[in-house]
Design a protein around this ligand. Structure first.
Ligand code: XMP
Length: 511
């Protein structure tokens, strides 16, 4: 793809991915690379951003990028550690801060720079997070802005398109942060805003056609957003040569297998639904340890998928819905600048289908971009807005061992809860929701009868990435109605509780 592109050099900051997301929101394509692995084709990038870091430029472990092909040769924006690095090693000085410099601060401009500060008001709120401070600017440094506690909050280098800021423009708390990135990238670096969902679809479809030709491709659909959008892109590119497999592991939501299968067919996909519920339930019989349950489900899935892939003659490729956060090489914040990559597949001892060549059409996209790409292909909003759902499905929401009857009860409870969220317009306000079947019976009374039945927990959380989460303050009236509906409609349940734990210290799923 011949896009204008921006290089983000990562020094291990927890915010590096946020920089990339803000840049992409400006319709500018960017890539994150570790500070010590600058791409050979660095000339092709229109601008470079240096991220923050947990390291100190004064420490023995200071990270040293080789900026010889960048500094003074292309527009450069240095953030936090980047700003300190440019100061400390180019004639300035960085020292420990006297006061803690975390949280809100307000900018006051020292020197006007129309392009850099366009549409940014005096007093604009910025977010600080650093324990070192820039005492003296580097050679040819010109001070642009200060805050109450930080004198050298923004500077530029005379005669270069090099800008440096101590604060973090990428976090939402920096109110004009996105504007500042736009000022630097669009006005100063003259990067064109040519990365849109539509252009992504057009180019990806063309690339896939060139790469795949008349080859056959197999893809496992999960009902989730990523695999569905990946399938649509491939379908646009190669039509019937894309063979989709949608496996019912018997642990999906109520009616999900048939509903989603119909939806996939309606989208024109060449999809085969495989009902392997019994095979999965048999493999799970007697298992109550969560990790053993996960392993059994993973194993059976591979067996089923392998059997099905063998039914397709002459298949050459395996498509996956891998997205960008899964492939970014990250700089370790603790063990020095070592790199780790998450990988979806290993070599050796693999089932046959995994020996196919891999095609991953979404691997340059963040989750929110996947949704935008799906919307630009007119995919159904209910499919794109679906809550995340774990691969092992209800198996990790039935605590302890699993039986067909427990699956039935939980499917019913979950359906009352999720349909209720939709009816009350709460579904889209919640990141993820579901019900958990607890391994306890409790005493109740229905009519004049004593009951001794199952207890279920409801869980609804707010989150952006599942890494941290907080419980949602659902209206009492909604909880009251849902609890009543569950107990009245689902035979075998006589008590409902609501989970009010955040992550951390709890997790989203109970197992
Ligand atoms: P936890 O429970 O770790 O979950 O807070 C974070 C997110 O990951 C999902 N999750 C899984 N997804 N296989 C998956 O595909 C799993 O084994 C699994 N366990 C948890 C969970 O639903 C939440 O979105």
């Amino acid at each position: 793809m011949q896009h204008n592109k921006v290089l983000i050099l990562d020094f291990g900051s927890q915010y590096t991915q946020l920089i990339a997301r803000r840049v992409r929101e400006l319709n500018i394509y960017c890539e994150i690379h570790p500070f010590n692995k600058i791409p050979n084709n660095v000339e092709e990038y229109k601008a470079v951003v240096l991220s923050g870091s947990p390291f100190s430029v004064r420490g023995e472990n200071a990270l040293h990028p080789d900026l010889s092909k960048i500094r003074g040769k292309k527009p450069l924006l240095a953030v936090c550690y980047g700003a300190q690095y440019l100061a400390h090693f180019s004639g300035g000085e960085v020292a420990p801060s006297n006061t803690r410099e975390y949280g809100r601060a307000n900018l006051s401009f020292v020197k006007s720079d129309e392009a850099f500060f366009e549409n940014i008001n005096k007093g604009s709120q910025v977010w600080m997070s650093h324990s070192d401070t820039i005492k003296n600017l580097p050679t040819n440094g010109v001070l642009l802005a200060s805050t109450n506690d930080v004198q050298n909050a923004a500077y530029k280098i005379e005669g270069e398109d090099t800008y440096a800021i101590q604060f973090h423009p990428e976090v939402y708390h920096s109110t004009d942060g996105k504007q500042l990135l736009e000022n630097f990238l669009v006005h100063i670096a003259k990067v064109e805003q040519d990365w849109t969902p539509q252009s992504f679809v057009e180019e990806t479809v063309e690339d896939l056609q060139t790469k795949l030709g008349n080859d056959r491709v197999v893809l496992g659909l999960s009902g989730g957003v990523d695999s569905s959008v990946a399938a649509m892109l491939l379908h646009k590119a190669i039509g019937e040569n894309l063979y989709c497999i949608f496996v019912n592991n018997g642990l999906l939501r109520k009616n999900e297998f048939t509903d989603v299968l119909e939806q996939y067919k309606g989208m024109g996909l060449n999809v085969k639904g495989v009902d392997a519920s019994t095979r999965f339930l048999d493999a799970l019989a007697g298992l109550s340890d969560p990790e053993e349950k996960r392993k059994a489900i993973g194993r059976v899935f591979i067996e089923v998928f392998d059997d099905e892939a063998h039914e397709i003659s002459d298949v050459k490729w395996l498509a996956q819905g891998t997205i960008y956060p899964d492939v970014i090489e990250s700089v370790s914040a603790t063990g020095g600048p070592s790199a780790t990559i998450k990988s979806h597949h290993n070599v050796g001892g693999l089932p046959d289908f995994m020996k196919l060549r891999i095609v991953e059409p979404l691997k340059a996209l963040f989750k929110d971009e996947v949704r935008r790409v799906g919307a630009s292909m007119d995919m159904d909003a209910t499919l794109l807005g679906r809550h995340p759902f774990p691969g092992p499905g209800l198996a990790i929401r039935i605590l302890g061992d699993i039986t067909a009857e427990k699956v039935r009860i939980l499917q019913e409870v979950d359906a009352v809860f999720i349909n209720g969220l939709k009816e009350w317009n709460l579904y889209d306000k919640v990141w993820q929701a579901g019900a958990i079947l607890l391994p306890v019976n409790s005493v109740g009374v229905m009519g004049d009868e004593r009951t001794y039945e199952k207890c279920v927990a409801l869980r609804a959380v707010e989150s952006t990435d599942g890494m941290t989460a907080d419980w949602v303050n659902l209206p009492y009236e909604f909880l009251q109605k849902t609890s009543n509906d569950i107990i009245n409609k689902v035979k075998g349940v006589n008590r409902v509780v609501y989970d009010i734990s955040s992550k951390p210290p709890a997790t989203i799923e109970w197992e």
